[in-house]
Write a protein that binds this ligand. Structure first.
Ligand code: GDP
Ligand code: IMO
Ligand code: MG
Length: 443
């Protein structure tokens, strides 16, 4: 069991391409497990003429022979999970004995989503820009010990008894504080009980299951959602999500000891994006940003919102390295930078004229951070689909090598397009030993 799990996490503000990377490398693993978040995540997998935006189901689902686990650390809207399973099946992906759901994962109630929306509205211009899926309020219920778990959902009598006062309480809060009509209690309970009936076949104690599998020598891929800068502790609080996106979250969110984690890979874009509000020092609000947004198709997988766009930020990447102990970076979307004369990397910041080398705790201070840039000449030629390091233009290699040096971590995998095969796996890096020869090959 020692060291048989690899965690793939987001190294920036989410949407780095975790879905692509997890799908690509999952044939080298027996199990893929999500450990936090909920259907605020949107993980894109593309191969052949297929295109999936996975939300709760792990990105290993598109590969035969891989067991997919939704861990205890998630918050699950059962309606969203069932609808995702239905659409996967409709697209020809088998979902059955290859999926397990933790009995300890928490349930997102319709009132959680209503509370999310009402609070955002009440915050006005100071809102977080959440996905309004009820993620924050559901984690709040978990932490204040009024949450309902999947084990409760699949027992109708128990669910009716313990959910009724919770939904009624949410309804009262919605009405009195926000003037919002809540969810009809009895109807909500019956809808959820029906969902529970359909989900029951997938539900088990996934910590016990995973321990058993790891004891047999199986290999586990832990799939993070969101990213280090959206982590509730290490992100740009309060403009964060409500879970632990860092690798530590994989231990609590799956019920595994820290010693199970053998390596960590952070997925990072060759530039930066962020959806929603909050500080973003390298943001480009000009024509250059517009070009990157367009070429990178930077619109939210879940909400369709335009993503904010900026240069690669090495201060953020070093925070990911510090908190997560990166064995390798998976650098994605290098192809999106194909047509620039100049490409920049922020190596540090100045705040009120003073040099700063780490992200400050306070968002208002971070808003004042002015990036200090290093500049690189662009390669001005298409690299889409390139599959070897040697075939990249010299300037693209120079950019990646400088980025490695500035961050202090190696790029083990380089993505040059959205599809599986559009990837360079660099030999001799920490990822190597983990992957079979199948990596980089279309399924
Ligand atoms: P995730 O949430 O980290 O899984 O990332 P998303 O799927 O939300 O967003 C990443 C987007 O970039 C998706 O539309 C992917 O299809 C796309 N993508 C991933 N890697 C690359 C790449 O190397 N080049 C290009 N052009 N697109 C990519
Ligand atoms: P994946 O897994 C990018 C952002 C929201 C908002 C903040 C809080 O696809 O990378 P929440 O609904 O979680 O309370 O919203 O976090 N956010 C994401 N941004 N990618 C994601 O997931 C995100 N999940 C949440 O935009 O700013
Ligand atoms: Mg996403």
């Amino acid at each position: 069991m020692k060291g048989s799990a690899l965690a793939v996490i987001g190294g920036q503000w989410g949407d780095e391409g975790k879905g692509k990377v997890v799908d690509l490398i999952s044939p080298s693993f027996d199990l893929v497990a999500r450990y936090q978040g909920g259907h605020n995540a949107g993980h894109t997998v593309k191969f052949g003429d297929k295109h999936f935006a996975l939300r709760l189901v792990p990105s290993g689902i598109c590969r035969g022979g891989v067991m997919n686990v939704i861990g205890n650390g998630l918050v699950i809207d059962p309606r969203a999970l069932l609808s995702e399973i239905d659409s996967l099946r409709a697209a020809g992906i088998a979902v059955g004995d290859n999926l397990l759901v933790s009995d300890r994962a928490h349930v997102i109630l319709p009132t959680h989503a209503l509370l999310d929306g009402a609070r955002e509205k009440a915050l006005g211009g100071a809102n977080i820009g959440t996905t309004s899926r009820g993620i924050g309020p559901a984690y709040e219920s978990k932490a204040n010990r009024s949450g309902l778990r999947i084990a409760d959902l699949i027992d109708p009598d128990r669910f009716r008894a313990i959910a009724r006062p919770v939904v009624s309480h949410h309804d009262a809060v919605l009405k009195h504080f926000y003037g919002v009509e809540g969810a009809p209690v009895e109807e909500t309970l019956e809808t959820y009980i029906e969902c529970g009936r359909k989900l029951a076949r997938f539900v088990t104690d996934t910590s016990v299951f995973l321990h058993g599998e790891l004891a047999k020598g199986r290999k586990l891929l832990c799939e993070g959602a969101q990213g280090i800068m959206l982590d509730v502790d290490h992100g740009t609080y309060p403009f964060v999500t409500s879970s632990s996106c860092a690798p530590g979250g994989a231990c609590t969110g799956l019920g595994l000891p820290p010693s199970a984690l053998g390596a960590v890979v952070a997925v990072m874009k060759a530039y930066t994006t962020r959806v929603g509000s909050g500080p973003f020092p390298t943001e480009l609000k000009d024509e250059t940003g517009e070009r990157i947004r367009k070429r990178g198709n930077e619109f939210g997988t879940v909400t369709g919102r335009p993503r904010r766009v900026g240069w690669f930020d090495a201060v953020v990447a070093r925070a990911a390295l510090r908190v997560s102990g990166l064995d390798a970076i998976a650098l994605t979307k290098l192809d999106v930078l194909d047509d620039h004369d100049e490409i920049r990397i922020a190596t540090g910041y100045a705040i009120d004229g003073r040099p700063v080398s780490a992200v400050p705790a306070r968002a208002d201070l971070y808003e004042r951070a002015q990036p200090v840039y290093r500049s690189f000449p662009g390669w001005k030629t298409s690299i889409t689909g390139i599959e070897t390091w040697e075939a990249l233009p010299a300037r693209a290699r120079e950019y990646v090598s400088a980025l490695e040096e500035i961050v202090g971590a190696k790029v083990g995998l380089l993505s040059t397009g959205a599809r599986r095969e559009e990837t360079i796996v660099r030999p001799g890096t920490a990822l190597d030993g983990w992957l079979k020869a199948t990596v980089g090959q279309p399924a």
